[in-house]
Design a binder for this molecule. Structure first.
Ligand SMILES: C[S@@+](CC[C@H](N)C(=O)[O-])C[C@H]1O[C@@H](n2cnc3c(N)ncnc32)[C@H](O)[C@@H]1O
Length: 215
């Protein structure tokens, strides 16, 4: 795994929520590097690998329009989780009439205990912020607890040649085999691909996408 940028300090656990809260409160959706008007890769992979259309948690959902598109595509039992309440409030407001069809969970994924299972766990650009191996293990435990047997994790992180930091925080970078190793206590790698994400600022960020199946 490519090492995170040592010149960028990671935050203490209790400061993470405040950091993201401030970011969501001060930036418009299209003023952040990860903005994507249409979450095409997420949708395509979820449609291909989680065909039941039921029971999905989007971890670190931010204000992504993924949940809107999933509702349009007939998905149900959707949970959006984020450490920043402001992000979840934006989604709830945007969905208006459909807002009640979604469960909003304000939590830090590193300490979240799901208390139920899902057919699919989606994470675009959150796992790579976990630069501490203990936090990564906790995340994998939560994902394992939260997915049904044969359920899937659809995950995107910065690729091995991706950015070493994002939003003022250090990031870890991965190829598909490294992600498979991180999750191998409970998941098998079933699909991998690379994406070059074009940010609203015109720069390119290489991502690794993987689909992992719960044993
Ligand atoms: C880079 S953004 C990606 C947002 C969304 N997945 C997307 O693709 O547009 C990371 C998101 O994860 C949230 N986040 C960061 N650390 C988190 C944590 N430890 N637990 C839960 N959410 C977290 C942030 O508030 C932010 O909304």
């Amino acid at each position: 795994m490519a090492k995170p940028d040592q010149s960028v300090a990671s935050l203490r656990m209790e400061d993470v929520g405040r950091h993201w809260e401030e970011l969501h409160a001060t930036k418009a959706d299209d003023e952040v590097s990860w903005f994507r008007a249409e979450p095409a890769s997420s949708l395509r992979l979820l449609e291909a690998w989680a065909p039941t259309h039921a029971g999905l948690v989007d971890v670190g959902a931010g204000s992504s329009p993924l949940v809107d598109r999933l509702l349009d595509a007939g998905w149900h039992d959707l949970t959006v989780l984020d450490v920043a309440a402001t992000a979840l409030a934006k989604v709830r407001e945007r969905l208006s009439g459909d807002a009640g069809a979604v469960t909003y969970t304000c939590a830090d994924v590193r300490s979240w205990r799901p208390g139920r299972t899902f057919a699919a766990w989606h994470d675009r650009a959150v796992f790579h912020f976990l630069v501490d191996p203990v936090e990564r293990s906790r995340y994998v435990e939560a994902a394992a607890d939260a997915t049904v047997p044969a359920g899937v994790v659809v995950l995107a992180t910065f690729a091995a040649d991706g950015p070493t930091q994002c939003s003022g925080l250090p990031t870890s970078r991965y190829d598909a085999d490294e992600l498979a190793t991180c999750f191998d206590a409970a998941f098998d790698l079933v699909h991998a691909e690379r994406e070059e994400h074009l940010t609203p600022f015109g720069s390119v960020q290489p991502f690794t996408w993987v689909v992992l199946r719960r044993r």
